[in-house]
Design a protein around this ligand. Structure first.
Ligand SMILES: [Mg+2]
Length: 300
C-alpha cells in the first residue's frame, strides 16, 4: 500500500519515510501542500496521506478541505501529523476532515498502529466500492446477454432525448426483433435459444459505434439507440445491422444456425416524448413483420 507524506521539513520527511518503509509501505514524498494535492488528484493516488499542518503554498487544513470537497469515490484516509498540540488545533484538524491526528514528535509504534487502522478503513471502503459496482452492474445489465437491461437502455434513451441540442444530429431508435424466434426454441430447446440471443448480442456490439447504445428490452427484442445526420444515414446504419445478422452463422450448442431480424426505426424528429418515439419504432417493426420480415422499415 502507498502512503503520501506532505511535510516541508526534510528531516521530518526522512524520519517518517524511514519508519513507513520499515513497516513495508511504499512512500510518496512531497514538500508542500500543492504538490500533495497534485499527487492526491492523480488516478490511483495513495489511499493514505500523512499531512503536516504548516506547509508552504497550501497548509494541511486547507489541503484536507480541498480533498474532501473533491468528493471522489475513494477518498484518502488522512492523518494530520503536526507540532500544533492544543485541543482547539486537534478539533480544527478533525473538523476539516482529517480521520486522525498525531502530535510531533511521534512514537513510531503509535504511528504504525494508527496507520493500521487507516489501512483497515481503506480496505473496507474498497470492498464496499467493489460491491457497489457489482450491484450497479447487476441493476443495469441483462444477466444472459450482458447488454443493458430494459430499464437501463430506456433511461439512456430518455436522457439523450431530453439533452438533444438544436442543430445536433437526429436521435434514432431501432427496435430489432428476431424473426420466428419461437421456432428456434421449439425446435432446438431454450438453451439453444439463449445461445442465439448471446451470439446475436455480440454481433450487435461489434457493429455498434462508440456513441450508440444497445439493450435487451424483451425476450428476443433489442433496442438500438444511435444518431444520424440524415434519413439515408439512419436507414443505412440499421440496414447494416440487418445484413450482418442475416449473413452470420451463429454457433450454438445445436450447431450453426442462421437467423434474420426485422427492425423498426424511428427518429426523434417531430416527437414530443420518448413514448412517441418508441411507439413509432414499434409501428415500423409491426410493418416490417407484416411485409415479410428480414427487413428494416423506417418512420421519420
Ligand atoms: Mg511544517
Amino acid at each position: 500500500m502507498r502512503i503520501l507524506i506532505a511535510d516541508d521539513s526534510a528531516t521530518c520527511r526522512m524520519i517518517l519515510a524511514g519508519s513507513l518503509k520499515k513497516y513495508g509501505y511504499d512512500v510518496v514524498e512531497t514538500s508542500d501542500g500543492l504538490q500533495a494535492w497534485v499527487e492526491l488528484s492523480k488516478p490511483g493516488a495513495p489511499q493514505i496521506a500523512i499531512l503536516d499542518w504548516i506547509m508552504p503554498k497550501l497548509d494541511g487544513v486547507e489541503l484536507i478541505r480541498k480533498v474532501r470537497e473533491a468528493k471522489t469515490e475513494r477518498p484518502p484516509y488522512i492523518i494530520m501529523l503536526t507540532g500544533k498540540s492544543e485541543t482547539k488545533d486537534i478539533i480544527a484538524g478533525l473538523d476539516a476532515g482529517a480521520n486522525d491526528y498525531l502530535i510531533k514528535p511521534f512514537d513510531p509504534n503509535e504511528l504504525r498502529a494508527r496507520i493500521q487502522v487507516g489501512k483497515r478503513m481503506v480496505e473496507l471502503q474498497d470492498a464496499l466500492f467493489k460491491t457497489n459496482e457489482q450491484l450497479n452492474y447487476q441493476a443495469t445489465h441483462d444477466p444472459l446477454t450482458g447488454l443493458y437491461n430494459r430499464r437501463a437502455i430506456l433511461e439512456i434513451l430518455d436522457h439523450q432525448f431530453f439533452h438533444m441540442g438544436i442543430g445536433d444530429s437526429v436521435l434514432c431508435a431501432g427496435i430489432c426483433d428476431i424473426d420466428h424466434f419461437k421456432n428456434i426454441n421449439d425446435t432446438y430447446g431454450h438453451q439453444t435459444g439463449d445461445d442465439v440471443l448471446c451470439k446475436l448480442s455480440r454481433i450487435l456490439e461489434q457493429i455498434t459505434g462508440k456513441s450508440d447504445s444497445i439493450g435487451r428490452i424483451g425476450g428476443e427484442e433489442f433496442l438500438i439507440i444511435t444518431t444520424a445526420s440524415s434519413e439515408e444515414e439512419m436507414s443505412a446504419r440499421f440496414e447494416r445491422y440487418r445484413t450482418q445478422i442475416a449473413e452470420t452463422r451463429l454457433m450454438t450448442r445445436s450447431g450453426a444456425l442462421s437467423i434474420s431480424v426485422s427492425i423498426g426505426v424511428a427518429s426523434s424528429i417531430e416527437k414530443n416524448s420518448v413514448d412517441e418515439l418508441l411507439a413509432a419504432a414499434d409501428a415500423a417493426l409491426y410493418d416490417a413483420k407484416n411485409l415479410g420480415r428480414n427487413r428494416v422499415i423506417t418512420r421519420t
